[in-house]
Design a protein around this ligand. Structure first.
Ligand code: AMP
Ligand code: MG
Length: 425
């Protein structure tokens, strides 16, 4: 009965609270040291600290002339008594009533408190002067030593997901390696008698297993280490064996076999393993049959149930359903288990370019493949439009989209010009 199923928000809240509990109960994550080029996608395990002041010396942000702003503001000519380029050692003090030629990135002489841009001076035999139309104030075009950070400051906390910006910061601080958490191993188990390997030529009635490679990439992007298992057939014995293997991982993603069909045998197989189901469906479309729960593991079987469980998602097999449900619910759990501070789904607002034509009976929150244009004119709001699709098996439509348009459950459709929510991927 779909009315008994949680809605999107409720299911998301349930997933978040169970993820937080799983993180609380599990032992601390192991830490490993990786070289910077291997660090993107990993999660920082120890704080990154500034090894020295940032910037390490008071630095000019322009090519021009270091001066005392009060003196330059009189617009008289100041003799140029020295020059410093990037890489030169910091010069001594600036003599009173003078200017100092300086390049971008070069240390500013002591006692100079501003840099006049080269474009804003007039040069003569007597020196340089600030053009009468221009003004200069103390602090203009210089960044003081330590303005960004002081030696020893925590620049990044543990739990920070590492991308290009954190790599650059680490490099600036002299760290050629970073301490990161061991990634949680996430089993990816595709089920279905109709599935063949990517390399195989499907016989009539068969299709290639596209979910396993897709989910592996999504797991890695969320911060997990994907572990793709051999496809399991739709029978009890095969599922028992495959799930027993998958339970060796830190978390399980099972694709297919969770609908109400005669050969949807994943739930019974999980039940045989002692699974506790948090929900067995969500009022969303696509992805309604999504299953979320935990199985007891190892010594925790029976009485110590709470203290040794592994969570699983049974994702509906249709590829778009698998992608949506993983992004909405699976990725935040992977991120939490990976130790990330920021793991939630990434929603944004955009203007709907075209009224949605697929009217639906309200009651399900819909997440439909859509294309959002971000590169508009300055100040323009991103514009989003549905991508035509043939339903949740339409991988070509998914591959032409860059987000899912969220249609709230109380709406049959959304109108052109409305500000709408999109789930980015
Ligand atoms: P199921 O959830 O098992 O009922 O499958 C729903 C639909 O998704 C069926 O059309 C399946 O053939 C398809 N499907 C299931 N698993 C996969 C997979 N791993 N890759 C691609 N399509 C799949
Ligand atoms: Mg199936």
């Amino acid at each position: 009965m779909s009315s008994a199923l949680p809605g999107y928000e409720q299911a998301a809240a349930m997933v978040a609270s169970h993820a937080a509990r799983l993180v609380r109960l599990r032992p601390p994550l192991a830490v490993e040291r990786v070289a910077l080029p291997a660090a993107p996608g990993r999660v920082l395990a120890r704080p990154l600290r500034a090894d020295c002041d940032q910037p390490p010396f008071t630095r000019s942000t322009r090519d021009g002339f270091a001066c005392r702003a009060a003196e330059a503001s009189a617009h008289g000519f100041l003799p140029v008594v020295g020059a410093t380029r990037a890489g030169d050692a910091p010069p001594g003090a600036l003599p009173r009533g003078s200017a100092w030629e300086i390049m971008t990135g070069a240390p500013v002489p002591a006692d100079a408190d501003a840099v006049v841009m080269i474009e804003h001076v007039e040069t003569s035999g007597e020196g340089v002067r600030l053009l009468p139309a221009r003004k200069i104030a103390s602090g203009d075009n210089v960044v003081a030593q330590g303005a960004q950070a002081h030696a020893g400051d925590e620049l990044l906390p543990p739990g920070t997901a590492i991308t290009f910006a954190q790599i650059a910061l680490a490099a600036a601080c002299g760290s050629s390696t970073l301490d990161v958490y061991r990634r949680p191993r996430v089993a990816v188990l595709a089920t279905g008698d109709e599935l063949v390997a990517v390399e195989a030529v499907p016989s009539p009635g068969q299709i290639r297993n596209s979910n396993a490679p897709m989910l592996a990439v999504l797991v890695a992007a969320a911060g997990g280490e994907p572990w793709v298992l051999p496809t399991a057939a739709d029978n009890a014995q095969a599922l028992n064996d495959a799930l027993a293997e998958a339970a060796q991982a830190d978390m399980m993603l099972i694709s297919g076999g969770v609908s109400a069909g005669k050969f949807d045998l994943v739930e019974p197989a999980l039940t045989r393993m002692g699974a506790k189901f948090h929900f067995t469906g969500v009022r969303i479309q696509p992805g309604k049959p999504l299953v979320f729960g935990e199985i007891p593991t190892g010594s925790s079987r029976g009485s110590q149930y709470e203290h040794g469980t592994k969570c699983f998602f049974g994702l509906p097999g249709n590829p778009v359903s698998s992608a949506v449900t993983f992004l909405l619910f699976g990725a935040p759990v992977v991120a939490a288990l990976a130790g990330r501070l920021d793991g939630g789904p990434r929603f944004a607002l955009a203007r709907l370019a075209k009224t949605t034509d697929r009217h639906a009976k309200p009651g399900l929150t819909r997440f439909l493949p859509a294309s959002c244009t971000f590169g508009g004119a300055p100040g323009e709001v991103p514009e989003v439009e549905l991508v035509p699709w043939q339903g949740s098996g339409d991988l070509a439509a998914l591959a032409r989209s860059n987000c899912f348009l969220m249609i709230p459950e109380e709406k049959a459709s959304l109108a052109e010009g409305e500000m709408v929510r999109i789930l980015l991927f």
